[in-house]
Design a protein around this ligand. Structure first.
Ligand code: T4K
Length: 380
């Protein structure tokens, strides 16, 4: 511990969930109790599905009990098989969804600036077994949606997006869910917008809505017919009610995070060896994460050492997404997992740090954290 630098009395985490007023939640619970309807497309679910579709500016949307199951169903809905080209720099859910669908993930290297799948490298990964591309808008930064679509059109591939981090992100005022054949959003408690656990699948094709809704409800069409092998992916009434309340808070939360982001950028601008990932100029930001990269040589300390030092002061940053998915025991033997195929991803994964970033964090706490980082650097 450095002299004159105090440890935060309470831990500071990478995020904290938005919590609506308990009185408002109680009112919602009373409504649900008096309706005697807890799940299976009840009134809260119907209202929430409409509101969230409008907010995300997308034509079709189905709610789910979490983002992972939404993406599992997304693959089923498009009848994806064989191989799917995706990124190794993501949460385990992304490639696991493919594996659960008996699809082989093929890892493609990432762009050194956006940290998303590098569209210029996708074509070389296509084989006769390839049926789709699964991009992740990592940390809320949009993928090269145009470039990806062009490749998909040329080879007759489907395009899926994991937008777990990209709630509310837009490209030229178009909701990010309007690109590709399907997009998944996660409404997990760690997300800017959440329903404790939850998620959604969005798409343009009207005809897909019926199939997705059958698939998330065991394939049940009516009391007499089960038309496909579905799963239980339903969001319940309590999650939906929470979603309706949290949705009202999102704009306010974004404003707070905007200020925190500006504070971080200002405080870190002269720190040698630290760069801010994607300031998202010209794009409507999701404000999901505030991410930096540490250049060990220039900063004088590795990302891991900085992470460890900050912990001593009760600041719990996160090394998302270390380790790379291509390093997991279940994937490391795939030919596409070789380090020579993924040089950028293997470099970036040792540099990235997600800083504490949530509306409840105070501006002066961000200043203290940045000051701490500068002092830790100087002490080396
Ligand atoms: N695709 C991508 C790209 C994703 O990032 C994710 C999920 C998915 C797909 C799958 O979507 P879901 O099926 O989850 O809807 C968290 C989340 O559990 C996970 O949803 C999220 N990505 C991932 C990036 O972060 P962990 O293991 O880092 O969570 P945990 O429990 O360590 O929480 C992080 C911090 O948040 C804690 O240190 C404190 C704070 N926290 C957390 C919870 C749960 C709270 O303050 N309150 C809470 O209730 O995975």
């Amino acid at each position: 511990m450095l002299k004159n630098l105090k440890k935060f009395s309470d831990p500071i985490y990478v995020t904290r969930p938005l919590l609506p007023d308990l009185n408002l939640l109680n009112k919602k619970l009373e409504e649900i109790w008096s309706s005697n309807w807890l799940t299976n497309n009840g009134p809260q679910h119907q209202l929430f599905e409409r509101k969230i579709r409008e907010y995300l500016k997308v034509p079709q949307l189905s709610l789910f009990n979490n983002g992972t199951i939404a993406l599992v169903v997304g693959c089923q809905s498009l009848r994806i098989t064989g191989e799917v080209i995706t990124t190794p720099f993501t949460f385990p859910a992304t490639p696991h969804v493919l594996t659960w669908n008996n699809i082989k993930p093929i890892f493609c290297d990432i762009d050194p600036v956006t940290l998303n799948i590098d569209s210029a490298k996708i074509e070389s990964m296509i084989t006769p077994q390839t049926t789709a591309i699964l991009g992740v808008h990592v940390f809320g930064t949009p993928c090269d949606v145009k470039g990806i679509q062009e490749i998909a059109d040329r080879y007759g591939l489907k395009v899926m997006y994991d937008a777990a981090h990209a709630f509310g992100a837009e490209i030229d005022n178009i909701g990010i869910g309007n690109y590709g054949d399907i997009t998944m959003f996660s409404f997990h408690a760690t997300k800017l917008f959440h329903t404790a656990e939850g998620g959604a699948l969005v798409f343009k094709d009207k005809n897909l809505k019926q199939r997705v809704d059958y698939l998330k409800n065991f394939g049940i069409k009516n009391e007499d017919e089960v038309v496909m092998p579905g799963i239980n992916g339903k969001m319940n009434e309590i999650q939906s009610a929470l979603g309706l309340l949290v949705l009202e808070m999102v704009e306010g939360e974004k404003q707070k995070r905007k200020l925190l982001k500006e504070t971080y950028i200002e405080c870190l601008k002269d720190v040698e060896g630290i760069t801010v990932v994607n300031t998202n100029k010209g794009l409507n930001d999701s404000y999901q994460y505030f991410v930096i990269r540490i250049n060990e040589k220039v900063f004088g300390m590795s990302r891991d050492s900085l992470y460890g030092k900050l912990k001593e002061y009760n600041v719990f940053t996160r090394k998302y997404f270390y380790p790379l998915c291509s390093e997991y025991s279940c994937y490391k033997n795939l030919p596409s997992s070789s380090r020579s195929n993924l040089p950028i991803a293997n470099q970036v994964v040792g540099e990235v740090l997600c800083m504490p970033f949530y509306g409840g964090l105070k501006v002066d706490e961000v200043e203290i954290i940045c000051n701490l980082m500068k002092n830790i650097q100087r002490s080396k």
